[in-house]
Write a protein that binds this ligand. Structure first.
Ligand code: SF4
Ligand code: SF4
Length: 85
């Protein structure tokens, strides 16, 4: 599943550097997650790093991207290939 950031985000900036896939960036009003880059941290960590660190718990599963683990692993492999790894 890709995750998403809701409008409860307080723009505290702590999640962006924690994302191993560079999926988090500042949006128009608050931070957002690129669902094409979010693997729910599959391939990197056991738990979603942004969810672990967010102080206001505003990062639920994106309702349009309820993907299974093999799909997320494929995305991880693609993102690593894009990095030349
Ligand atoms: S779950 Fe992991 S990959 Fe997805 S946005 Fe959060 S830190 Fe990045
Ligand atoms: S950690 Fe949570 S509150 Fe802070 S910028 Fe990220 S989503 Fe927003």
């Amino acid at each position: 599943m890709a995750l998403m950031i809701t409008d409860e985000c307080i723009n505290c900036d702590v999640c962006e550097p924690e994302c191993p896939n560079d999926a988090i960036s500042m949006g128009e009003d608050y931070y957002e997650i690129d669902p094409q880059r979010c693997t729910e941290c599959v391939g990197h960590f056991d738990e979603p790093q942004c969810v672990q660190i967010c102080p206001v718990a505003c990062i639920p599963v994106h309702p349009d991207f309820q993907e299974d683990k093999p799909t997320l692993m494929q995305r991880y492999v693609r993102l690593q290939a894009d990095k030349g790894l």
